[in-house]
Write a protein that binds this ligand. Structure first.
Ligand code: URA
Ligand code: SF4
Length: 210
């Protein structure tokens, strides 16, 4: 088991009391609770209405998100938008965020290559996610990929085995996990269409309960 972080090693002391999403966003903009504020250009906070019935949680911002300061606006975000549309979910009605709010990367030539956040970075950032969920209190919570699923549903959670299956959780009335849209982009081109369809099918299950 990893060591439990003490509160002052996380963003917890920075979270305002009874915050609105706007207050949270402003407070998170100055977060230096973990080293990722040094690699990321800016905090990429969640986006959407406080009245959203569904919250989607990804892993962390990617290259485009880091530059634009908005979640899911790069290639994975484009695929996600299309999948939402195909599933009959209006993106303006959902809230989209990430488990970790700064971009972690290593340089390779001119490119910035995504690196998976580690457990202490996820734990450091968790108070922001908890505060978003507290402010929104969504009916439906969807984890996109293993990082979000393990952060919110436990480290034993396996997306490959449990995708699309309703999970009992105090976080929301309906909770489930599915694959991360970037895994579809990275996957074998031969099975991409099939993977995409499976992703849309998971999102249709979400559409049914909203
Ligand atoms: N991948 C994520 O997990 N989140 C984003 O915002 C973009 C890509
Ligand atoms: Fe703060 Fe999260 Fe950024 Fe770390 S990744 S500095 S905890 S906002």
């Amino acid at each position: 088991m990893p060591r439990q972080l003490s509160l002052d090693e996380t963003a917890a002391p920075l979270v305002p009391e009874r915050p609105s999403l706007t207050k949270l966003r402003e407070a998170a903009a100055g977060c230096t609770a973990c080293d990722l504020h040094k690699t990321g250009t800016q905090t990429v906070f969640g986006e959407g209405k406080a009245s959203a019935e569904v919250v989607f949680v990804g892993e962390q911002p990617g290259d485009q998100e880091d530059l634009q300061g908005r979640p899911f606006v790069g290639p994975a975000g484009k695929l996600f938008d299309k999948a939402l549309e195909d599933a009959g979910i209006d993106r303006t009605q959902v809230y989209v965020t990430n488990a970790v709010k700064h971009f972690k990367w290593v340089g390779r030539g001119k490119r910035r290559i995504h690196q998976k956040p580690n457990w202490s970075e996820i734990a450091a950032c968790r108070p922001w996610l908890d505060a978003e969920l507290e402010a929104i209190r969504p009916r439906v919570l969807v984890c996109l990929g293993a990082t979000a699923a393990q952060a919110l549903l436990g480290r034993d959670f396996r997306v490959s085995r449990q995708r699309g299956v309703p999970v009992e959780s105090e976080l929301a009335e309906h909770v489930l996990a599915t694959v991360h849209p970037s895994s579809i982009l990275r996957g074998d081109p031969e099975t991409r269409e099939q993977e995409y369809k499976a992703f849309v099918a998971d999102l249709r299950a979400v559409a049914k309960v909203i």
